[in-house]
Design a protein around this ligand. Structure first.
Ligand code: FAD
Ligand code: SF4
Length: 462
């Protein structure tokens, strides 16, 4: 048994640093079969326990061993509406692959790359989701067309419910379309195709509806005849540091910067979306969002720095994203914390005062606490600053829905097992409940809530 996985082909870093095409080229058939053959097909597969939606991993890999990508995609479709998305963006190293027994003495099976191969191949061969045969006459409204909402809607449609998603933006997909860049997750070929599969299950998606403004949850239940509501409205409200100069011209939240670049296609000459592309850009933060903003700014022609107050070990971004960002030329200023953004006489960014940090004792998160090194202040010459410090849920829905409780982080209070909130008939999941997390955790919550809604409505019928 080979200890190392079959390497995956990628665009050359020097070339891809100047384009928005996908970085990872994925496996071809021979490579996928060879990698699939490394899987031991464990009787008690640890990888499945590490997957928040419980995909039958040995089952789909067994089909790939036989060269049956379509069969593999059918196994995936039982548990996931977005396998080509998850194969690309899930933090597999801490989930399924982190549990694979082959990882003890060598490299774990490349589960994500195999999932992506199966889903891409089936899509290219025209395999489509099959709509359910019978409807049960009950209607569920879903708020938000991100991974949580799409998953909940797809599962409920499969159970026979009539489901309609209300989405605030003009396009469905949530962070998959407005946040994660094209070079990691192609929009037309991958995201739109998987959303189309959810539509094929009978789910209707109405865009440009801001729930809380155009219609309220109480109105959906009491006036529009919905039997239950699922809230999957995400966590789109950016956080800032509260340091002087943060309101200056040339300071962005990562969400705004990435939305302009991705959803509004500022990277393409065919669109006239304005975006300030400075020559020297500092991205403050160390998560996936920070890596995406930095790599986008780099592709738009800037010299780009990641400024993060902890060390390399503590970077919360996926290991692959950090590795890719370095290969492409993003500079990492670790153990560095901004104190002030300096503005010129017209209010534009001209620099950022930072201080160097050391690492102290572990804090509540288990990571070593960053401590300022006295007298280490210095000024970075930058003309654009992008803040990627995390996000929290928008309070609009909670403030317009009677009886819906939130916690002190503005997250909706919901039962982890079935998504039940404090308001009868209203369920919630994904980033709106947990705060910013991951695609697969949002999908897991959407699945749990679909089961919870089904149990509630069946119970009510009796
Ligand atoms: P969202 O994806 O945020 O979807 C919520 C949807 O609800 C949105 O479409 C929004 O417009 C809509 N909405 C909000 N309010 C209303 C309203 N009032 N009425 C109607 N609609 C509304 N996770 C990973 O696993 N891997 C990654 O590599 C990764 N990279 C990321 C990169 C970036 C830049 C960002 C921002 C996040 C990343 N994440 C990643 C996190 C992941 O994308 C989120 O955890 C996930 O999308 C959450 O899904 P969700 O459905 O809860 O919310
Ligand atoms: Fe295959 Fe690893 Fe899962 Fe075992 S743990 S079934 S070897 S992927």
């Amino acid at each position: 048994m080979a200890k190392s996985r079959v390497p995956v082909r990628e665009q050359d870093p020097k070339v891809r640093a100047h384009n928005f095409e996908e970085v990872c080229l994925g496996y071809d058939e021979a490579e996928a079969v060879q990698e699939a053959q490394r899987c031991l097909g464990c009787k008690k597969p640890m990888c499945v326990a590490g997957c928040p939606v419980g995909i039958d991993i040995p089952g789909f890999i067994a089909r790939l061993k036989e060269g049956d990508a379509v069969g593999a995609s059918r196994v995936l479709a039982r548990d996931s509406a977005l396998p080509a998305v998850c194969g690309r963006v899930c933090p597999q190293e801490t989930q399924c692959e982190g549990r694979c027994v082959l990882g003890v003495k060598g490299e774990p099976v490349a589960i994500g790359k195999l999932e992506r191969y199966a889903a891409d191949t089936a899509r290219r061969m025209g395999v489509q989701a099959e709509p359910p045969q019978e409807k049960n006459g009950m209607r569920v409204a879903v708020i938000g067309a991100g991974p949580a909402g799409l998953t909940c809607a797809g599962d409920l449609a499969r159970m026979g419910y009539e489901v309609k998603i209300f989405e605030a933006l003009h396009q469905a997909g949530g962070v998959l379309v407005y946040g994660i860049p094209e070079f990691r997750l192609p929009k037309r070929e991958v995201v739109e195709a998987e959303i189309e599969n959810v539509r094929r299950l009978g789910v209707q998606i109405e865009t440009n509806v801001v729930v809380g403004r155009s219609v309220t949850i109480d109105a959906l239940l009491d006036e529009e005849g919905y039997d239950a509501v699922f809230i999957g409205s995400g966590a789109g409200l950016p956080k800032f540091m509260g340091i002087p100069g943060e309101n200056g011209n040339g300071v962005f939240s990562a969400n705004e910067y990435l939305t302009r670049a991705n959803l509004m296609k500022a990277f393409s000459d065919e669109y006239d979306t304005p975006i300030v592309t400075g020559r020297r850009v500092a991205v403050v933060g160390g998560g996936n969002v920070a890596m995406d903003a930095a790599r986008t700014a780099l592709r738009l022609g800037a010299q780009t720095h990641i400024v993060y107050r902890r060390g390399e070990q503590e970077l919360p971004a996926r290991a692959e994203e950090v590795h890719h960002a370095k290969e492409e030329g993003v500079v990492f200023d670790l153990l560095t914390n901004p104190r002030e953004i300096l503005l010129d006489e017209n209010g534009w960014v001209r620099g950022m005062v930072c201080v160097r940090m050391g690492l102290g004792e572990p804090d509540a998160s288990g990571r070593r606490r960053p401590v300022e090194i006295e007298g280490s202040e210095f000024t970075m010459e930058v003309d654009t600053v992008i803040m990627a410090l995390g996000t929290s849920p928008n309070p609009l829905i909670a403030s317009t829905t009677q009886g819906l409780e939130t916690n002190r982080w503005r997250c909706i209070v919901a039962d982890e097992q079935d998504g039940r909130t404090t308001k009868e008939g209203v369920y919630a999941g994904g980033d709106a409940v947990t705060g910013a997390a991951t695609v697969i955790l949002a999908m897991g919550a959407g699945k749990a809530a679909a089961k919870g809604i089904d149990a509630y409505l069946k119970g009510r019928k009796k």
